[in-house]
Ligand binder design. Sequence first.
Ligand SMILES: Nc1nc2c(c(=O)[nH]1)N[C@H]1C(S)=C(S)[C@@H](COP(=O)(O)O)O[C@H]1N2
Ligand SMILES: [Mo]
Length: 406
Amino acid sequence: MKRRHFIKNTVLGTTASILASDIVFSSAIPSGYVPIAFQEPDPYTLFGKDKEMTSLNNKPWNIEAKAHLLDDKITPNKYMFIRNNGIIPKNIDVSKWVLTIDGESVTKSKSYSLADLKAKFKQNTYQLTLECGGNGRSEFNPPAKGNQWTTGAVSCAEWTGIRLKDILEDVGIKSNAVYIGYHAADTHLSGDPEKEPISRGVPMHKALQDETLLAFEMNGEDIPLAHGYPLRLVVGGWPASASGKWVNRISVRNKIHDGTKMKAPAYRVPCKPVAPGETVKDEDMCIIESMPVKSLITYPKTGAMIKKGKQLNIRGHAWAGELVVKAMEYSIDFGSTWKSCDIENPVNRLAWQHFKASVNFPKKGYYEVWARATASNGVSQPMLVPGWNPKGYLNNACHRIAVIVK
Ligand SMILES: Nc1nc2c(c(=O)[nH]1)N[C@H]1C(S)=C(S)[C@@H](COP(=O)(O)O)O[C@H]1N2
Ligand SMILES: [Mo]
């Protein structure tokens, strides 16, 4: 069907129900024009995002930040990326929200209302870094399918909730527990209620860490709808796909969780490095656990101009999955030489760390400032795109900004 006809038919067919009146000059609607009453609200209005955020997809919604928007120490909602695999749940009734803990490895399954969870267990607040496994995918060559994230699918907000381990202890876990897997209230793009958009999890040792939260607040307020209201898992330092949003069930499994997007090749990388473009067998793909060491220059914005003789004060954040960043450096000569930045300790485990440096430029001209973090295990970010992999995960190449000295 031609778009013109499609739109006209849609408009005419739904006029009565949506507008409760006819569009008088409907035959005059120009081809491709969607009347205001039928236009979807923009993502900025829908989710309270800043207009500078980039929308990569609207079915499902995927929105990323630009590096300079991530300058805050604690990421506010307006700059937080959204990564959805399905459709955001509608008409959530918090008073009826139930979290069920079940699975082969619980002694007996148990359900809690939100009020139960808040009243019964100790509440904790942590700043936690969440980075999508596919952040940086746009730089891989040959290209990998999927959202073409640049550098903005990372955040570090302050999350408040209860420890997953406290609930699991209350339920009672058998000694054969291997993994937890979440189930959530979002729906599959196909509309099929039997299908889950995503149902991932983590091994018990990660599930039982102090910082692994079932959160109901982000930055001191109810979690925004797009980020998992009213209850989400927050599993800092691991691919953010483990941090289930809109969680209503957690299964304690006696095997590696086998929910949607747990099987190869989703959220897996080749167990051994492969040549770019190589086909990798499913059994040779390994589940991504801790995210790699990485950093972002958040000030200034790329393309900054500065007068000759002036110092440029740069700043940003660095993180290293389960580890701490022990050193931060910058280069103005495309990685030939490096100078150190000041780097702060994390406020808590799994929070990103803040760095700064004052940069001097020898003469007028075009420069790039590259930033490189080194984790506590001695591993540094690669200068350019690291190991190609079929799904385009884990690009932790040095971030760089352009600077012109006039
Ligand atoms: N229920 C549910 N949880 C989910 C997802 C989803 O689509 N549905 N996406 C996951 C992925 S892939 C990422 S990267 C993070 C993104 O979290 P954010 O949108 O709050 O930034 O949520 C994870 N949790
Ligand atoms: Mo993700």
